[in-house]
Design a protein around this ligand. Sequence first.
Ligand code: UGA
Length: 454
Amino acid sequence: MAKIAVVGCGYVGLGTAAVFADLGNQVIGLDVDATRVERLQAGDCPIFEPGLEEILLRNVQAGRLRFTTEYAEALVEAEFAFICVSTPMGPHGGANMRYVRQAARSIGQHLAPGRRTIVVNKSTMPPGSGDLVGALLGEEISQDARYAVVANPEFLREGTAVQDMLHPDRVVLGATDRTAAEAVATLYQPFNAPIVITNLRTAEMIKYAANAFLATRISFINEIAHICEALGADVRQVSQAIGLDKRIGPHFLNAGIGFGGSCFPKDAQALEYMAAVADCYPQLLRAVLDINRAGRRSFVSKLDRMLGGLDGRVIAVWGLAFKPNTDDLREAPALDIIRELISCGAQVKAYDPAAMPNARELLPGIGFCSDPYEAAAGADAVALITEWNEFKGLDLGRVHSLMRRAVLVDGRNLYDPYEMASLGFTYRGVGVPVVEALEGEPEEVEVQQLVSGD
Ligand code: UGA
């Protein structure tokens, strides 16, 4: 069993620390935030992540996992030091490497003498970062401490972090020294996943390419949804049918108001920036980002059209987090949408099962409700932004009876347009047919000139 230090106790760091400890390794998590460390040491998980608290507590109690703010303590015995600090978006769209630099320098200053420590870059870092971390370690080490750097990008999703850690599709390891990559590979052996060993820059690029590709699929299907809406087709069935093609596959083809979160917007932007700086012309990435921004604007325009203006309207917002099963609001579409609604004079009443404590500071001037019914009461429209399971099982008849006007704009295609019409709602999804209340038939679309060939 290995001795592992994990620097940075956010989603990636905690997931990594907890799962490696659960496999029987001795793990010590380091964070500069003393309050966070204190909570973690008591087995109290500071982030909302299903299943994580249980596994943290179990391993803290078993003595395999502990936390500290001190590099000296974290590194004294560590064979592996994972860098899991954040790489936020910099002012020009590139990754801000401030925290990585600080972590690398501090690790370098405290590397144990007389043996080799393998420093593993797990944070998302631009190609070239492995070399940078190596150089910073080299500047800081003293005595006869030795090190090797391995890039090991993480592919876990928020909300399913523990499961994703336990069942990776593949493990990517990049290194100049193959023995270092192979040593890290032994940590992953219990997962039984394919291991891809590359050079440092390739491993770093794999992470950006994976996120950019997934973001591209989402923007692609959102563009198709837009066209479906104009031509009277149903994007849900289009996604299902194209997804059955094995070459395409079913994942990340849910149309909606677009992607948010701490990764896709930031990483697509950073890749676009790096490409532009390198004199490449990243036209596809630019389109992916443009389409994503447009999704938020067109959602507000749809509400505006349906209500005949937004000034003075009361809008119930269901869902604030950037996706279900998280309380994370980073780059959440809800933030842009709510700010735009407010600037157009609307009054917003919001409900989210997990993200309201985080939202209170970011969204002053809106009302927070204790459930979706309270939010809908007296509203001119419901704007569904995050597809929490809780919203699937609601008594929509009751919602209808509580609203001032039964308008529901569904940014995630959670509901069926025919059912909504039969309940008396004026309902709009993204790229789905418009079904008028009472009639129950799809709206006829003017496609004559397209099919006649004239
Ligand atoms: C994403 C990747 O899926 C992970 O593999 C990666 O490790 C992570 O970024 C990261 O770089 O750290 P995450 O941001 O947690 O994970 O969330 P996803 O589940 O991928 O969703 C991202 C966004 O895409 C959400 O806003 C979601 O609503 C949206 N989405 C996803 C769609 O609009 N349609 C889809 O079909 C799928």
